[in-house]
Write a protein that binds this ligand. Sequence first.
Ligand SMILES: Nc1nc2c(c(=O)[nH]1)N[C@H]1C(S)=C(S)[C@@H](COP(=O)(O)O)O[C@H]1N2
Ligand SMILES: [Mo]
Length: 213
Amino acid sequence: MSKERYIAAKQKWAEKQKAKGVTAQAVASADRLPPGQKLTTGFPVLDLGVQPEIPLKDWTLTLDGMIDKPTTLSWDAFNALPQVEDVSDFHCVTTWSKYDCRWGGVAFTTLYELVAPQVGAKFVYFTSYDGYSTNVPLEQCLDDDVLVATSFDGAPVSREHGGPARIIIPKLYAWKGAKFVKAITFLAEDKLGFWEVRGYSNTADPWTEDRYA
Ligand SMILES: Nc1nc2c(c(=O)[nH]1)N[C@H]1C(S)=C(S)[C@@H](COP(=O)(O)O)O[C@H]1N2
Ligand SMILES: [Mo]
């Protein structure tokens, strides 16, 4: 992954923030809803039946694998990193979508810069405190709207929605975003996560109804 790619993502992020401020888009166009989805105004909770309770003093985020600077961040160290906010739509494979989710936290690109991935790193594997996991190509994690989110609508991400910290990748079905995230591992080869080994699509594109493999 090139330095240029990383810089381009950061630049795009800055331009976007400047253009829109932090306000949500006011009008939903008809094609904003991916095929087969229904808009919800609530916020359903999807989990494995466990909502782990992680006291902030015990919370850590480990970054490992094919990186030059492996690290484990405490809650304070994580929150000392530059903070961003992004408003995005959320699409669950079970056919509900939610518009204008205002997430705050640390941009994936910030972590990317911090850990210095090696050239051979092509995939990212996320591990969670509830035993969940999921996998995403590194390239897709470098888009400007990919966050490790610690806030939703200006308040801490609740335990049911994946607090203290969860991954947000708006362009993919939401199972690709690990709640209760504990580790981010950089890999040369793809490694299927929890749902991916259970028949969900590995690519998870809502716009092509890429739901199941
Ligand atoms: N750790 C963990 N992350 C997870 C899940 C899970 O069960 N455990 N479910 C996924 C699925 S299928 C969806 S749709 C979203 C749901 O997020 P929500 O509960 O905040 O709506 O989280 C994703 N991330
Ligand atoms: Mo989901």
